[in-house]
Design a protein around this ligand. Structure first.
Ligand code: ARG
Length: 461
């Protein structure tokens, strides 16, 4: 009797093509340890409700422990006829406990509340791993921010030189974005800290089982308030997929910069050999494949999120088989990030910055023009006029192929009587950096503050 979960009212087993379509063990087998844990908790609650004797409980737990060990060793594996992980493990239990005792465990539970709960359990564990790996990237960034404190670089908007910033300030900007992702994961975990066991197929259980007890056995703070919601909701999956996609997108922005920085044209940074790849034909090549794979995987993570949301859209309550399509995308997001993040952290940690080039380029492209305009404002010139005057200076410099600080006294005076030679004192990178000393600014002391703030957050995470 292959279709042992529902044989009673059926004449025969499913058609081969249906079985092939229906089967999910090829991807849901990773829920197996959680299914066994759920079964042990369920056995306990059946026992508490008087539905299993002391001996039966002991026998059940023994059989489940053996099953868990056999799953872990690979001794027990899903068979072709097992529809999903839950079906396979019921078969495994019956093989170990016998049909009489093994057949008692299914009372008061459904694969609908099983899968909803075990998926939460799996995701909570997986997300914890991802969060730890994201923190490793953050630490690689804070490490560079610390060792390079004081190094200026060209800050950009529209990819054009804008204002000088500290390299540390720039790197920490990426780190803060990733810290918010870690915070999102923590926040998500708080919302996902609810067991759906006891929901049954959709309406709850009539057997006097205590969902709160099972929830606590499985490490949840409590159980769902509504059994329909418990079995039908997948916003926890979509929300996790969003945060995982956001991590991918945040990594891709840094990845893109690293790809640019490693070019001959930028030459801001060099990749360590261990974190770069060569070419099969061009002997000179050193390619930023880790960063490119990060950029590429971001697209895949976004695709997983949008696929999932599309599956959920307009799905009526409660459980529908469409929901089986919820796992592969988010498993893929988890797998993609868990393989990407360690490589990404390694690449970042071993980057070598070309600090003299960064420093040299920092004031170029008229990136001190704003400082000139603000100096004029401090002399009492309205900003509108200061902007015009500075713009005229830039135009003159462009015509002559020089930088702002190379304008001589006569040229300055000719452009505006407000431009006394002492304006040149502020046309320096250290001056421009130090001036931005309000909270959040790129002044060295503010960046030092940031560094301690983010380190405190990492330590508390
Ligand atoms: N394997 C299914 C899933 O992943 C759970 C089984 C529920 N099946 C059912 N016919 N009610 O969603």
């Amino acid at each position: 009797d292959q279709v042992s979960l529902w044989g009673g009212r059926f004449d025969g087993g499913p058609a081969d093509a249906l079985a092939a379509l229906s089967k999910s063990t090829q991807f849901d087998w990773r829920l197996a340890p959680y299914d066994v844990a759920g079964s042990k908790a369920h056995a306990n609650v059946l026992h508490r409700a008087g539905l299993l004797s002391d001996d039966e409980l002991a026998g059940m737990i023994r059989a489940l422990d053996r099953l868990a060990a056999d799953v872990a060793s690979g001794e027990f594996e899903p068979e072709l006829a097992d529809e999903d992980v839950h079906t396979a493990l019921e078969r495994g239990l019956i093989e170990r406990a016998g049909p009489e005792l093994g057949g008692k465990l299914r009372a008061g539970r459904s694969r609908n509340d099983q899968v909803a709960t075990q998926f939460r359990m799996y995701m909570r564990d997986a997300v914890r791993v991802v969060a730890g790996q994201v923190l490793d990237v953050v630490e690689a960034l804070t490490g560079h921010a610390d060792t390079h404190l004081g190094v200026a670089m060209p800050g950009r908007t529209h990819l054009q030189h804008a204002q000088p910033v500290l390299l540390s300030h720039h790197l920490l900007a990426h780190a803060w974005a990733l810290m918010r992702d870690v915070d999102r994961l923590r926040d998500w975990d708080r919302r996902t800290d609810t067991s759906a066991y006891g929901s049954g197929a959709l309406a709850g259980t009539s057997l006097g089982l205590d969902p709160e007890y099972v929830a606590r056995e499985l490490g949840f703070s409590g159980s769902v308030e509504n059994s329909i919601d418990g079995t039908a909701a997948r916003d926890f999956v979509a929300e996790a997929a969003f945060v995982l996609a956001m991590i991918g997108v945040d990594l891709s922005r840094l990845a893109e910069e690293i790809i640019l920085w490693a070019t001959k044209e930028f030459a801001f940074a060099e990749l360590d050999d261990a974190w770069a790849t060569g070419s099969s034909i061009m002997p000179q090549k050193k390619n930023p494949d880790v960063a490119e794979l990060a950029r590429g995987k971001a697209g895949r993570l976004v695709g997983n999120l949008s696929g999932l949301l599309t599956t959920l859209k307009a799905l009526p309550l409660a459980y529908n088989r469409d929901l089986q399509e919820d796992k592969e995308p988010v498993f893929d997001s988890v797998d993609s990030l868990t393989v990407l993040l360690p490589a990404f952290a390694g690449m970042v940690a071993t980057l070598r910055f070309n600090t003299s080039r960064l420093e040299e380029l920092a004031p170029q492209g008229f990136s001190l023009a704003t400082d000139m305009a603000e100096w004029l404002v401090r002399q009492g010139v309205p900003f509108r006029e200061a902007h015009e005057i500075t713009g005229a200076c830039v135009r003159r410099c462009e015509q002559r192929g020089i930088e702002l600080w190379e304008l001589d006294d006569d040229e300055l005076a000719e452009i505006s009587g407000h431009l006394t030679p002492s304006v040149r004192e502020i046309l320096s990178v250290p001056g421009a950096l130090a001036a931005r000393s309000a909270k959040g600014g790129t002044a060295p002391e503010r960046v030092r503050d940031q560094l301690s703030a983010i380190r405190a957050e990492v330590a508390a995470a």
